[in-house]
Design a protein around this ligand. Structure first.
Ligand SMILES: [Ca+2]
Ligand SMILES: [Ca+2]
Ligand SMILES: [Ca+2]
Ligand SMILES: [Ca+2]
Length: 333
Protein backbone atom coordinates (compact mmCIF):
# COMPACT_ATOMS: atom_id res chain seq x y z
CA UNK A 1 0.00 0.00 0.00
CA UNK A 2 1.43 3.32 -0.96
CA UNK A 3 1.85 5.79 1.82
CA UNK A 4 -0.99 8.22 2.14
CA UNK A 5 0.18 11.74 1.55
CA UNK A 6 -2.60 14.31 1.67
CA UNK A 7 -3.00 16.88 -1.07
CA UNK A 8 -0.44 15.34 -3.40
CA UNK A 9 -1.64 16.80 -6.68
CA UNK A 10 1.26 15.69 -8.89
CA UNK A 11 1.72 12.22 -7.38
CA UNK A 12 5.36 12.60 -6.38
CA UNK A 13 4.82 11.47 -2.78
CA UNK A 14 5.12 14.99 -1.40
CA UNK A 15 2.12 16.97 -0.17
CA UNK A 16 1.27 20.12 -2.08
CA UNK A 17 -0.55 23.31 -1.13
CA UNK A 18 -3.93 24.33 -2.53
CA UNK A 19 -5.11 27.91 -2.28
CA UNK A 20 -8.41 29.58 -3.03
CA UNK A 21 -9.11 33.28 -3.13
CA UNK A 22 -12.22 35.30 -2.50
CA UNK A 23 -12.79 35.63 -6.25
CA UNK A 24 -12.96 31.86 -6.73
CA UNK A 25 -9.55 31.28 -8.21
CA UNK A 26 -7.74 28.17 -7.09
CA UNK A 27 -4.00 27.83 -7.19
CA UNK A 28 -2.05 24.64 -6.65
CA UNK A 29 1.57 24.74 -5.55
CA UNK A 30 3.52 21.56 -6.15
CA UNK A 31 5.98 21.41 -3.29
CA UNK A 32 9.32 19.80 -2.58
CA UNK A 33 9.77 20.60 1.06
CA UNK A 34 9.54 24.37 1.28
CA UNK A 35 10.40 24.84 -2.41
CA UNK A 36 7.58 25.65 -4.80
CA UNK A 37 8.28 23.48 -7.86
CA UNK A 38 5.36 24.64 -9.94
CA UNK A 39 2.21 26.71 -9.53
CA UNK A 40 -0.98 26.26 -11.53
CA UNK A 41 -4.12 28.37 -11.47
CA UNK A 42 -7.65 27.07 -11.99
CA UNK A 43 -10.49 29.45 -12.63
CA UNK A 44 -13.56 28.45 -10.73
CA UNK A 45 -17.03 29.78 -10.19
CA UNK A 46 -16.90 32.16 -7.26
CA UNK A 47 -19.21 32.57 -4.32
CA UNK A 48 -21.49 29.77 -3.19
CA UNK A 49 -21.03 27.79 -6.38
CA UNK A 50 -18.49 25.05 -6.64
CA UNK A 51 -17.19 25.22 -3.12
CA UNK A 52 -14.36 22.80 -2.51
CA UNK A 53 -15.40 20.83 0.54
CA UNK A 54 -12.59 18.33 0.56
CA UNK A 55 -9.66 16.91 -1.33
CA UNK A 56 -8.83 13.25 -1.74
CA UNK A 57 -7.65 10.65 -4.21
CA UNK A 58 -11.08 9.49 -5.30
CA UNK A 59 -9.82 7.74 -8.44
CA UNK A 60 -6.84 6.03 -6.79
CA UNK A 61 -4.25 7.25 -9.28
CA UNK A 62 -2.02 8.74 -6.59
CA UNK A 63 -3.02 12.31 -7.45
CA UNK A 64 -5.35 14.41 -5.33
CA UNK A 65 -8.79 15.37 -6.64
CA UNK A 66 -11.37 17.93 -5.50
CA UNK A 67 -14.78 17.31 -3.95
CA UNK A 68 -17.15 20.19 -4.62
CA UNK A 69 -20.68 20.99 -3.56
CA UNK A 70 -22.68 23.95 -4.77
CA UNK A 71 -25.41 25.93 -3.05
CA UNK A 72 -28.20 23.55 -4.12
CA UNK A 73 -26.28 20.41 -3.19
CA UNK A 74 -24.88 19.37 -6.57
CA UNK A 75 -21.93 17.32 -5.35
CA UNK A 76 -19.24 16.25 -7.72
CA UNK A 77 -15.64 15.22 -7.98
CA UNK A 78 -13.16 16.94 -10.19
CA UNK A 79 -10.71 14.27 -11.32
CA UNK A 80 -7.43 16.13 -11.35
CA UNK A 81 -4.09 15.48 -12.97
CA UNK A 82 -1.95 18.02 -11.18
CA UNK A 83 -3.41 21.37 -12.24
CA UNK A 84 -5.60 19.94 -15.03
CA UNK A 85 -9.23 18.91 -14.66
CA UNK A 86 -9.46 15.50 -16.40
CA UNK A 87 -13.16 14.90 -15.78
CA UNK A 88 -15.95 16.26 -13.70
CA UNK A 89 -18.23 13.59 -12.25
CA UNK A 90 -21.54 14.18 -10.50
CA UNK A 91 -22.11 12.00 -7.43
CA UNK A 92 -25.62 13.19 -6.59
CA UNK A 93 -27.54 16.19 -5.36
CA UNK A 94 -26.78 16.13 -1.64
CA UNK A 95 -28.17 19.27 -0.02
CA UNK A 96 -26.00 20.74 2.70
CA UNK A 97 -29.14 21.36 4.72
CA UNK A 98 -29.72 17.60 5.00
CA UNK A 99 -26.31 15.99 4.78
CA UNK A 100 -23.13 16.92 6.57
CA UNK A 101 -19.83 15.56 5.34
CA UNK A 102 -18.11 14.13 8.41
CA UNK A 103 -15.09 12.75 6.68
CA UNK A 104 -13.37 11.86 3.45
CA UNK A 105 -10.78 9.13 3.65
CA UNK A 106 -10.10 5.56 2.47
CA UNK A 107 -12.32 3.39 4.65
CA UNK A 108 -11.89 0.10 2.75
CA UNK A 109 -8.20 0.38 1.88
CA UNK A 110 -8.64 0.14 -1.89
CA UNK A 111 -6.58 3.29 -2.45
CA UNK A 112 -9.62 5.39 -3.32
CA UNK A 113 -10.95 8.05 -0.98
CA UNK A 114 -14.46 7.44 0.36
CA UNK A 115 -17.04 9.67 2.02
CA UNK A 116 -18.67 9.69 5.45
CA UNK A 117 -22.02 11.49 5.68
CA UNK A 118 -24.49 12.18 8.44
CA UNK A 119 -28.11 12.89 7.66
CA UNK A 120 -30.17 15.29 9.77
CA UNK A 121 -31.84 12.26 11.34
CA UNK A 122 -28.48 11.16 12.72
CA UNK A 123 -28.15 8.28 10.26
CA UNK A 124 -24.49 8.01 9.40
CA UNK A 125 -23.16 6.26 6.32
CA UNK A 126 -19.90 5.52 4.62
CA UNK A 127 -19.96 5.60 0.86
CA UNK A 128 -17.18 3.58 -0.71
CA UNK A 129 -16.33 5.49 -3.85
CA UNK A 130 -14.76 4.82 -7.22
CA UNK A 131 -14.35 8.34 -8.52
CA UNK A 132 -17.83 9.82 -8.68
CA UNK A 133 -19.53 6.40 -8.44
CA UNK A 134 -20.88 5.07 -5.15
CA UNK A 135 -19.69 1.45 -5.09
CA UNK A 136 -21.30 0.46 -1.80
CA UNK A 137 -22.64 2.03 1.37
CA UNK A 138 -22.16 1.05 5.00
CA UNK A 139 -24.45 2.29 7.73
CA UNK A 140 -23.07 3.19 11.14
CA UNK A 141 -26.63 3.67 12.35
CA UNK A 142 -27.95 6.80 14.01
CA UNK A 143 -25.32 8.81 15.90
CA UNK A 144 -26.56 11.43 18.38
CA UNK A 145 -26.00 14.99 17.22
CA UNK A 146 -23.85 15.85 20.22
CA UNK A 147 -21.15 13.48 18.92
CA UNK A 148 -19.02 14.76 16.11
CA UNK A 149 -16.23 13.32 14.05
CA UNK A 150 -13.21 15.42 14.85
CA UNK A 151 -10.94 13.70 12.37
CA UNK A 152 -10.38 10.53 10.45
CA UNK A 153 -7.14 8.60 10.23
CA UNK A 154 -5.59 5.18 10.47
CA UNK A 155 -4.91 5.13 14.17
CA UNK A 156 -3.91 1.45 14.33
CA UNK A 157 -2.02 1.17 11.05
CA UNK A 158 -4.10 -1.56 9.42
CA UNK A 159 -4.73 0.50 6.29
CA UNK A 160 -8.41 1.11 7.10
CA UNK A 161 -9.52 4.56 8.13
CA UNK A 162 -10.72 4.95 11.71
CA UNK A 163 -12.76 7.67 13.39
CA UNK A 164 -11.98 10.13 16.16
CA UNK A 165 -15.22 11.13 17.87
CA UNK A 166 -15.77 13.79 20.51
CA UNK A 167 -18.97 14.82 22.21
CA UNK A 168 -20.11 18.13 23.65
CA UNK A 169 -18.87 17.22 27.10
CA UNK A 170 -15.39 16.42 25.82
CA UNK A 171 -15.64 12.62 25.82
CA UNK A 172 -13.26 11.49 23.11
CA UNK A 173 -13.17 8.07 21.45
CA UNK A 174 -11.42 6.32 18.64
CA UNK A 175 -13.35 3.74 16.68
CA UNK A 176 -11.13 1.28 14.90
CA UNK A 177 -12.95 0.46 11.71
CA UNK A 178 -12.76 -2.32 9.16
CA UNK A 179 -14.54 -1.26 6.00
CA UNK A 180 -17.44 0.35 7.78
CA UNK A 181 -17.63 -2.13 10.67
CA UNK A 182 -16.66 -1.01 14.15
CA UNK A 183 -13.95 -3.42 15.32
CA UNK A 184 -13.22 -1.81 18.67
CA UNK A 185 -13.56 1.49 20.48
CA UNK A 186 -10.99 3.22 22.66
CA UNK A 187 -11.72 6.04 25.05
CA UNK A 188 -9.24 8.88 25.28
CA UNK A 189 -11.14 10.23 28.27
CA UNK A 190 -12.63 13.68 28.66
CA UNK A 191 -10.61 16.36 26.90
CA UNK A 192 -11.64 19.90 27.89
CA UNK A 193 -13.01 22.11 25.15
CA UNK A 194 -10.05 24.44 25.66
CA UNK A 195 -8.13 21.86 23.59
CA UNK A 196 -8.77 21.65 19.84
CA UNK A 197 -7.59 19.10 17.30
CA UNK A 198 -5.78 21.21 14.74
CA UNK A 199 -4.57 18.45 12.50
CA UNK A 200 -3.62 14.86 12.01
CA UNK A 201 -0.75 13.12 10.36
CA UNK A 202 1.87 10.50 10.91
CA UNK A 203 4.37 12.66 12.74
CA UNK A 204 6.69 9.80 13.75
CA UNK A 205 6.41 7.75 10.56
CA UNK A 206 5.21 4.52 12.17
CA UNK A 207 2.21 4.15 9.88
CA UNK A 208 -0.30 5.19 12.54
CA UNK A 209 -2.07 8.53 12.47
CA UNK A 210 -1.18 10.96 15.26
CA UNK A 211 -2.98 14.04 16.57
CA UNK A 212 -2.00 17.69 16.76
CA UNK A 213 -3.70 19.47 19.66
CA UNK A 214 -3.67 23.12 20.58
CA UNK A 215 -4.83 24.76 23.76
CA UNK A 216 -6.61 28.13 23.85
CA UNK A 217 -3.47 29.49 25.52
CA UNK A 218 -1.40 28.50 22.46
CA UNK A 219 0.22 25.39 23.94
CA UNK A 220 0.63 22.91 21.10
CA UNK A 221 1.21 19.18 21.38
CA UNK A 222 1.57 16.15 19.19
CA UNK A 223 0.11 12.90 20.49
CA UNK A 224 1.74 9.88 18.92
CA UNK A 225 -0.92 7.21 18.78
CA UNK A 226 -0.50 3.45 18.83
CA UNK A 227 -3.54 1.33 18.21
CA UNK A 228 -5.87 4.05 19.39
CA UNK A 229 -3.95 4.78 22.59
CA UNK A 230 -1.64 7.68 23.36
CA UNK A 231 1.90 6.31 23.10
CA UNK A 232 3.74 9.57 23.76
CA UNK A 233 3.26 13.31 23.60
CA UNK A 234 5.55 16.00 22.26
CA UNK A 235 5.25 19.66 23.09
CA UNK A 236 5.82 22.22 20.36
CA UNK A 237 5.68 25.00 22.94
CA UNK A 238 3.32 27.96 23.09
CA UNK A 239 2.51 29.41 19.71
CA UNK A 240 0.95 32.89 19.52
CA UNK A 241 -2.70 32.99 18.50
CA UNK A 242 -1.80 35.13 15.49
CA UNK A 243 -0.37 31.95 13.91
CA UNK A 244 -2.83 29.33 12.73
CA UNK A 245 -2.23 25.77 11.57
CA UNK A 246 -2.80 26.00 7.83
CA UNK A 247 -2.25 22.38 7.04
CA UNK A 248 -0.50 19.16 7.79
CA UNK A 249 1.18 17.00 5.20
CA UNK A 250 4.39 15.30 4.26
CA UNK A 251 5.77 18.14 2.20
CA UNK A 252 9.28 16.70 1.88
CA UNK A 253 8.29 13.06 1.42
CA UNK A 254 10.35 11.64 4.29
CA UNK A 255 7.39 9.75 5.74
CA UNK A 256 6.89 12.12 8.67
CA UNK A 257 4.19 14.76 8.75
CA UNK A 258 5.20 18.43 8.57
CA UNK A 259 3.29 21.58 9.47
CA UNK A 260 2.21 24.60 7.53
CA UNK A 261 1.47 27.76 9.48
CA UNK A 262 -0.20 31.00 8.47
CA UNK A 263 0.05 34.29 10.29
CA UNK A 264 -2.94 36.63 10.42
CA UNK A 265 -0.89 39.08 8.37
CA UNK A 266 -0.57 36.56 5.52
CA UNK A 267 2.86 35.12 6.25
CA UNK A 268 3.20 31.43 5.47
CA UNK A 269 5.75 29.27 7.18
CA UNK A 270 6.61 25.61 6.77
CA UNK A 271 8.02 23.47 9.55
CA UNK A 272 9.65 20.33 8.30
CA UNK A 273 9.36 17.91 11.19
CA UNK A 274 11.07 14.76 12.38
CA UNK A 275 9.03 13.02 15.07
CA UNK A 276 7.81 16.25 16.58
CA UNK A 277 11.12 18.08 16.31
CA UNK A 278 11.44 21.00 13.90
CA UNK A 279 14.27 20.21 11.49
CA UNK A 280 13.76 23.29 9.36
CA UNK A 281 11.49 26.32 9.45
CA UNK A 282 11.19 28.16 6.16
CA UNK A 283 9.18 31.22 5.25
CA UNK A 284 7.11 30.92 2.09
CA UNK A 285 6.53 34.65 2.16
CA UNK A 286 3.44 36.76 2.53
CA UNK A 287 0.33 35.73 0.63
CA UNK A 288 -2.51 38.28 0.69
CA UNK A 289 -5.16 37.35 3.22
CA UNK A 290 -7.89 37.12 0.57
CA UNK A 291 -6.16 33.83 -0.29
CA UNK A 292 -6.83 30.89 1.99
CA UNK A 293 -5.20 27.50 2.14
CA UNK A 294 -7.65 24.63 1.75
CA UNK A 295 -6.71 22.52 4.75
CA UNK A 296 -6.32 18.82 4.09
CA UNK A 297 -8.19 16.54 6.42
CA UNK A 298 -10.64 19.05 7.76
CA UNK A 299 -13.06 16.45 6.46
CA UNK A 300 -15.83 18.83 5.64
CA UNK A 301 -16.37 19.36 9.35
CA UNK A 302 -16.96 22.94 8.40
CA UNK A 303 -19.13 23.52 5.39
CA UNK A 304 -19.70 26.27 2.91
CA UNK A 305 -17.41 29.20 2.50
CA UNK A 306 -15.95 28.75 5.95
CA UNK A 307 -14.44 25.43 4.89
CA UNK A 308 -11.35 27.43 4.20
CA UNK A 309 -10.99 27.23 7.87
CA UNK A 310 -8.92 29.85 9.44
CA UNK A 311 -5.74 27.96 9.40
CA UNK A 312 -3.38 28.28 12.25
CA UNK A 313 0.34 27.84 12.45
CA UNK A 314 3.47 29.28 13.92
CA UNK A 315 7.03 29.90 13.98
CA UNK A 316 8.62 31.88 16.60
CA UNK A 317 8.36 35.43 15.41
CA UNK A 318 12.08 35.60 14.78
CA UNK A 319 11.90 32.57 12.51
CA UNK A 320 9.64 34.42 10.14
CA UNK A 321 12.20 36.79 8.77
CA UNK A 322 13.86 36.02 5.48
CA UNK A 323 13.62 36.90 1.88
CA UNK A 324 10.38 36.42 0.08
CA UNK A 325 9.89 35.65 -3.59
CA UNK A 326 6.20 35.11 -3.63
CA UNK A 327 5.74 37.39 -6.61
CA UNK A 328 7.13 34.64 -8.79
CA UNK A 329 3.83 32.88 -8.27
CA UNK A 330 1.37 35.27 -9.71
CA UNK A 331 -1.61 35.69 -7.47
CA UNK A 332 -4.43 36.60 -9.75
CA UNK A 333 -6.63 38.40 -7.25
CA1 LIG B 1 3.27 16.54 -4.67
CA1 LIG C 1 -11.84 3.40 -0.63
CA1 LIG D 1 -7.35 1.49 11.01
CA1 LIG E 1 2.35 7.84 13.98
Amino acid sequence: MTRRVPNDFNGDGMSDIIWRNDAGIVQIWDMNGATILHATSLSMVPGNLNIIIETGDYYGDGKADLLLRDNVGDTRIWNMNDGTVVSNDLIAVIPASDYELLGSDDFNNDGKTDLLWRHDSGLTQIWNMNGGTIVSTRSLGPIPANWKVERTGDFNGDGMTDLLWRNDSGDTQIWNMNDGTIVSTRSLGVIPSSWTVEGTGDFNGDGMTDLLWRHDSGGTQIWNMTDGAIASTRSLGVIPATWKVAGTGDYNGDGMTDLLWRHDSGFVQMWEMNDGAITQATSLGVVPTNWQIVAPGSNGAVTGASVYEVLTGTGQADAVSGSVHISDYQFLA
